[in-house]
Design a protein around this ligand. Structure first.
Ligand code: MG
Length: 231
């Protein structure tokens, strides 16, 4: 199937599509589990953290700062309401390491962007904490390939429709590339767009969802595979 000429705009998800992200969160969780090993089992820590994340994301959005609140909430509860200072500072260190890790661009990304540049308007469509996401975008070395970066409040159909209006895009001429079925694929197909799913080995539990049925969804193994559909 060749889709050349079908799209005017291509949105790229950022975390775990352009650069590694989720693996650092998993590492942070493993450190957090170790920090609280005296209080409960690894599964108990994980479960408590998950519950606190679910409470905090609707209030404060995505990103490492919200993760810090979730971790301190979970630690406080697991410590029985009295959190020793070494636990608090341990959490802060875990989050600092998470927020300032070196950005690692996923293999094949740069050559793919180079091939598509000039043929389509390329836009980064990511969600999360604004300064955190823009900071990653700016230090990625990829800004020259993109028209701009959109940091979305969430990635649901309303958000994508708003982006189309703002950028004057007909949804039927939009292609989204991403690793999350829930955030990158389902809502874009839902508004009449097309999506290419590139799975990443690590999927955040919050993003898990079955692939919807649609002729406008393409699944590939790696980002390089998208070029043959588009040029
Ligand atoms: Mg992603």
């Amino acid at each position: 199937m060749n889709l050349k000429g079908k799209f005017t705009h291509i949105f790229f998800d950022a975390d775990d599509t352009l650069w590694e992200n989720e693996r650092y969160f998993r590492e942070a969780e493993a450190k957090f589990t170790g920090l609280l090993a005296d209080y409960t089992s690894p599964e108990g820590v994980q479960q408590m953290l998950w519950e606190k994340q679910e409470e905090n994301i609707p209030l404060f959005g995505y990103g490492s700062k919200t993760y810090m609140i979730g971790m301190t909430d979970a630690a406080l509860e697991l410590c029985g309401g009295h959190m020793p200072d070494h636990i608090y500072y341990g959490v802060k260190k875990i989050i600092t390491d998470l927020a300032f890790h070196k950005l690692e661009i996923i293999e094949g990304v740069e050559e793919t962007l180079k091939a598509l540049q000039g043929q389509y308007r390329l836009i980064v469509a990511t969600k999360g904490d604004l300064p955190e996401q823009m900071g990653k975008y700016r230090q990625s070395g990829l800004t020259g390939y993109f028209h701009h970066c959109e940091v979305m409040e969430n990635k649901d159909e309303t958000n994508y429709l708003e982006l189309c209006t703002k950028n004057d895009i007909d949804p039927s001429r939009l292609l989204m590339i991403g690793n999350s079925v829930k955030s990158d694929i389902a809502p874009v197909v839902g508004i009449g767009g097309t999506a290419i799913h590139i799975p990443h080995e690590v999927v955040w539990v919050h993003e898990m969802m079955d692939m919807p049925e649609s002729e406008r969804i393409i699944e590939v193994q790696g980002i390089r595979d998208i070029v043959s559909y588009l040029l």
